[in-house]
Design a protein around this ligand. Sequence first.
Ligand code: CU
Length: 669
Amino acid sequence: MKTYLKPIVIAASLMMSGASAQVTQELNDVVVTATPMTSPVTVVMDPKLPRQPLPAHDGADFLKTVPGFSVMRKAGTDGEPNFRGMGGSRINILADDQNIFGGCGQRMDAPTAYIFPEIYDKVTVIKGPQTVLYPGHGSAATVRFERDQKVYDKPGYDVYASGLVGSFGRHDELIDANVGNKDYFASFTGSNTHSQDYKDGSGNRVHSQYSRYSASSTFGLTPDNNKRFEVSASRSDGYAAYADRTMDGTKFLRENVAGRGQIKNISDLVEKLEFQVSRNTIFHTMSESMRGGTAYMDVTHDTNALRTTADLNLRKTTKAKVGFDYSEAVHGGNMPAHGMPTITDDSQFRNMGLFAELTEQLNSAQKVVAGYRSDLWRVQDRRSSMSSDTAGQVRNEVTNSAFARLEQSLNGMPNTTTYIGFGRSERMPDYWELISNRRDGGMDNMTTNKSALNSTKTEKTYQLDTGFIHKTHKVNMTGSVFYNQIKDFILVDSRTSPDFVSGMYNTPTSRNVDAHTYGGELTASYALTSQYRVSSSLAYVKGKNETDNLPLAQLAPLEGRLALAYDDNQYSYGALLRLVAPKNDFAQNQGNISGKDIGSSGGFGIFSVNAGYKPNKKTRLAVGIDNLFDKTYAEFISRGGAQVAGYRQTMRVNEPGRTAWLKATINLD
Ligand SMILES: [Cu+2]
């Protein structure tokens, strides 16, 4: 265990030496290995920078560089993000402030499966229940993938393009092109990615090949400096092999149309007004066709949403953001193997929310941020009475969430901000928890039609968040710790003894239990010289299922990272050591909508190296070798390996072995 505590010691010594350090020039991150908090509870990232380890071309793997995040592996792509042990809908994923709910009842497609980070300009993570501005079911973190729409005051264009080649036949191509003048703008993004099966450290092939493309275009008008109106459309599709189950994803079609507008400087009171309407449709097919079978199933999830917000200047020191959002999501599917080839709806979720967030600058050193949100939910069970005992029934629910946070700059310690916040987040159970799973059935649980619609209560998280940020050019240190009490935590229980599963698909149960978790993340980096920087991070979480007197399931083990980087603004070199502790406390067959604990896991250390070259300001080359020593390992939260003909079955889906990659990016403007 001692090895894994080293980052803490290093961090502590950096903290002491950092307090009196002289300011020197800050280094650019050429290859990002760990991302610190940028402001209280908030991490902001540039998705166009190369990352190590090389992420799959989807939004989950990308989040791995944020301490506290881990990803449940299913195969090559479409992993499931988990933050501080909270998975599934507890992480609210937003693409341009729209929820994309995956379609798969077996959760092949987390929302991040439809998101290609590099086509966005900014990714923001807000930790804990410390915002109420966004729709969805999230309580543990909010992740926003955003485009900064480029507007022009004279004719101009910007083009960003990147290409990547890597081991196991991986190649990515991406373009983000913008053009405009003072009256209009237009943009186009396109991405394509492909990978063959990768091999784990022992040289065993993992059933994991995938292919994806995406294309989107936006057209907008800027009648004057204060107004912007735009329409956009996008489409993406692909396929992916899954090593953790008996079917593969052969279609992941997402189509999106949206209209949005922004009017600024309306009056002294109203600084900005924004509105958005959007439609997201998912058509997903899972089938046996990639492994020689013929069985298949289709699912659809269509979401229409509306959102409007106003930024208000209430007083010189008081700002507010108030708004309203509405969404309507219909899920459907077919079962050709059971004589139902036509897609029929199984549920509708309607949600209407009102929210307000207030920022009060108390004095030059103190700020209070507080918010309140109320949602009205209406869930309709549209299944037939053959497959649900709540067929046709409607559940209405009101959820309330609120938070307050004090941020304070320290007088005695320059460049240091501390914060303390308390939040209550009430989470409406999602599609999987209410419709896919069955209810906590007591004695009679041998049939599949015990619907969870009315029995699964909303989940209430009461959380304390506190931390600090200390930033100079030489030292960057951040710490965030949290403690929460979760009332009616929605546990997905697949235990067979006691009997929580039923039917031929072993449908698990959505149960409410009481739980608590605590932990935190620490990052520290220190510029040894103007070219050398050492950085480290640590993430820890512990939790308990109080009702069952068991550890809370799906909590990743203690993890530390240590990196050394050289950057002279033209050449860069870096090395990354990731250390993960063994984990022996687990809750067999308990978990969330995306996975469950399957046993203890061993600790491991993974060493990776990278190098970069910037011949000029517009071009960047980066190369890396991940898992240099070709270690065979799997993440604790990863899914169990399935039996796939021609492949070796493993307890968990193993991570890739040694992976080399090269990425080139170019900016033209
Ligand atoms: Cu599926």
